[in-house]
Design a protein around this ligand. Structure first.
Ligand code: SAM
Length: 627
């Protein structure tokens, strides 16, 4: 007996079999429930009835189990914070670019105040949900969270990042629950003339479009780009193989306008004539294509006069009455501006007059179309990243810099505006931003967010010391910057500040004072966790106060104390001990707008009261806070 014929002694799973039978008869009744794949009995009832069956109210919207939870997830506050990592940063004090390590949901929450309405462009390239993708689980129970806290962050990330198989029964629901709160939070960060681009493929494009229509508003849907990936996917199977993916575009409001692309020499070839005003092309003044009959626009049928005085009407070559492209008044204007050209063209063995409108190159703009098939493909992108890492392959599926550069080019970015990518992977978006800054010195600033997703222990990346994707991303940006600097010598910001998501800087008692008896409070005379530095506290204060993390930070010693000066006098921060009246008087001379101390940092209680009073008197504009 061959192994195929071996008797299966396990009893057949009738429930599964029944499910499959119903599913093949009524595929429209298959749905996803909180517990996995399910049959929608209301719909099944309807299929079996000639009358309309009463049931839940019908609405036009996309639902999935977990949608309401996803909304709650977006609105829940976070107790986490961002801690600066100076040693991984490049030019920490002066750069205005950010690289943030951590789950993007928490990070987006932390950025809500400081970056509300401040981001011009967002590009994201989330997991496409292909069946083998890792999708981050947000809705963890309290118990699991506590368990994970004990085992540390790294474990938390790898345990929360779980494969989402198609057979899982919550395949689309889990992906949607992951995307929905992130997109909601991202929208808040967009400026009123901001725009978001989302890469996606066939697996979820329909669902993504639905939630984006809901989150951004259907009127703000600004198109779908079809991008040639340059790679045939799924070769070896007999289905239509896919060589494209898509980019959905949504704006925050109608204020966003695309910018035109510069024309290539190839595009410009059509401007094949010139005169003293420059290069131009000519187009027939008679309307061609649709709606080109006299009756379509009667006011655009009128005689014009050729150079020898003959009357010319808009007639089609076959002789029927057509029309001009404009009314008489516009024609007169074009004529007086020298924008009309007559040519003698042969017809039936004779020459006849034909009239054209001139279009000069100066007015020529070209807006992007939705078909992007003439740009670098994915293979080239991988090769380029590998080249930066001396030929080693450390990251799979980076997006081409060329493709991201084109997205930047159509986004109407102005000097100093911010570009955010919160699924940043190997840092292709940052690479494209640095590239474009080196060309046009626009000083566009980037924010990259990336989960420290552990690399597989078998991977080349891991063996080379890149233990998670953030390590690869940061190094890629360092190397790309170096290369661009060498090649262009452009004087731009090549740095980035690294921040890492971590739990709060404050002792738990700070958040849950009700759980401690009054006398045990003594134990917490300093409410800051012992491993936290002044740099950590500064980042927290900046976020709490809604100040962008990219502001310039200077460090000074004033009256023997270490003081951070953020963006001139926007914020002074001193977390040293022994704050007293002398210090307050000196500081007040600079008239800082905001100042912050540690609650336990004052010399004594009297000093605390006096410092407050002194600042009020000597620098009345200063807002003082303690943490
Ligand atoms: C398709 S890749 C992006 C590739 C990127 N566009 C590039 O060119 O390198 C998606 C990335 O999102 C990251 N990611 C997944 N879930 C995340 C989360 N919750 N927070 C932050 N990053 C996440 C993954 O680690 C992965 O590197």
């Amino acid at each position: 007996m061959s192994s195929n014929e071996k008797l299966d002694l396990a009893s057949p799973n009738f429930v599964n079999e029944n499910f499959e039978k119903l599913a093949s008869l009524f595929p429209n009744c298959v749905t996803e429930s909180a517990d996995g794949k399910a049959i929608d009995f209301d719909l099944l009832k309807q299929e079996l009835s000639h009358e309309v069956v009463e049931g839940n109210k019908e609405r036009y919207r996309l639902e999935w189990p977990g949608k309401r939870e996803a909304i709650v997830t977006a609105n829940l506050p976070t107790t986490k914070t961002l801690r600066p990592v100076r040693e991984d940063s490049v030019d920490f004090d002066n750069t205005e670019n950010l690289y943030i390590e951590g789950d993007n949901l928490e990070v987006l929450k932390l950025l809500q105040e400081s970056y509300l309405g401040k981001v011009k462009m967002i590009y994201i390239d989330p997991p496409y949900n292909t069946g083998g993708d890792f999708v981050y689980k947000d809705n963890f129970t309290k118990d699991t969270q506590e368990e994970l806290l004990d085992s540390g962050q790294k474990d938390e990330y790898s345990q929360r990042l779980v494969v989402n198989p198609e057979t899982g029964g919550r395949f689309h629901s889990d992906w949607l629950s992951m995307m929905y709160p992130r997109l909601k939070l991202a929208r808040n960060l967009l400026a009123s003339d901001g725009v978001v681009y989302i890469s996606i493929d066939d697996n979820e494009i329909h669902n993504l479009r639905k939630i984006c229509d809901e989150i951004f508003g259907i009127d703000n849907s600004r198109g779908t780009i079809i991008r040639s990936t340059g790679t045939r996917m799924g070769s070896g199977n007999k289905d239509i193989s896919s060589e494209v993916d898509y980019v959905l575009i949504y704006s925050k409001s109608s204020e966003f306008e695309f910018s035109p692309l510069s024309m290539s020499e190839d595009d410009l070839k059509i401007y094949d004539q010139h005169d003293e005003k420059g290069r131009y092309l000519t187009r027939s003044l008679r309307r061609t294509g649709g709606e080109n009959r006299r009756e379509d626009r009667p006011s655009m049928f009128y005689p014009v006069f050729s150079p020898d005085g003959t009357e010319v009407y808009p007639l089609a070559p076959e002789g029927w009455e057509s029309r001009w492209v404009c009314g008489k008044e516009t024609y007169e204007r074009l004529l007086s501006e020298g924008m009309i050209e007559w040519k003698r063209v042969p017809k039936d063995g004779k020459d006849e007059w034909k009239i054209y409108q001139k279009h000069y190159i100066g007015e020529a703009v070209k807006y992007a179309s939705n078909s992007w098939d003439n740009i670098e493909g994915n293979k080239k992108a991988t090769r380029e990243v590998n080249k930066l890492f001396d030929g080693m392959k450390y990251f799979n599926h980076p997006k081409p810099v060329d493709f991201l550069s084109r997205i930047l080019a159509i986004s109407n970015l102005e000097k100093n505006e911010i570009v955010l990518d919160f699924f940043s992977g190997s840092g292709s978006t940052a690479h494209a931003v640095i590239n474009s800054n080196a060309k046009d010195l626009q000083n566009i600033r980037f924010i990259q967010v990336q989960l420290p997703e552990p690399t597989s222990e078998k991977s080349e990346a891991f063996k080379a010391g890149y233990k998670n994707i953030c390590e690869i991303g940061k190094e890629r940006i360092r190397r790309a910057s170096k290369k661009i600097k060498e090649e262009t010598k452009a004087d731009i910001d090549y740095g980035f500040r690294v921040y890492r998501l971590d739990d709060s800087n404050m002792q738990d008692v700070y958040y849950k004072p009700q759980e401690y008896a009054q006398d045990s409070l003594e134990l917490f005379s300093d409410n800051v966790k012992p491993d936290r530095t002044a740099d950590d506290l500064l980042a927290q204060v900046m976020l709490d106060w809604g100040l962008p993390l990219s502001l310039k930070i200077e460090q000074k010693t004033i009256e023997g104390k270490h003081v951070f000066k953020v963006s001139e006098n926007s914020l002074y921060a001193c977390f040293d001990d022994g704050i007293d009246e002398v210090f307050a008087k000196t500081i007040a001379k600079d008239q800082p707008l905001r100042i912050v101390f540690k609650d336990s940092g004052f010399k004594d209680d009297t000093a605390k009261t006096n410092v407050k009073q002194l600042l009020k008197q000597l620098s009345p504009e200063t807002e003082m806070k303690v943490i």
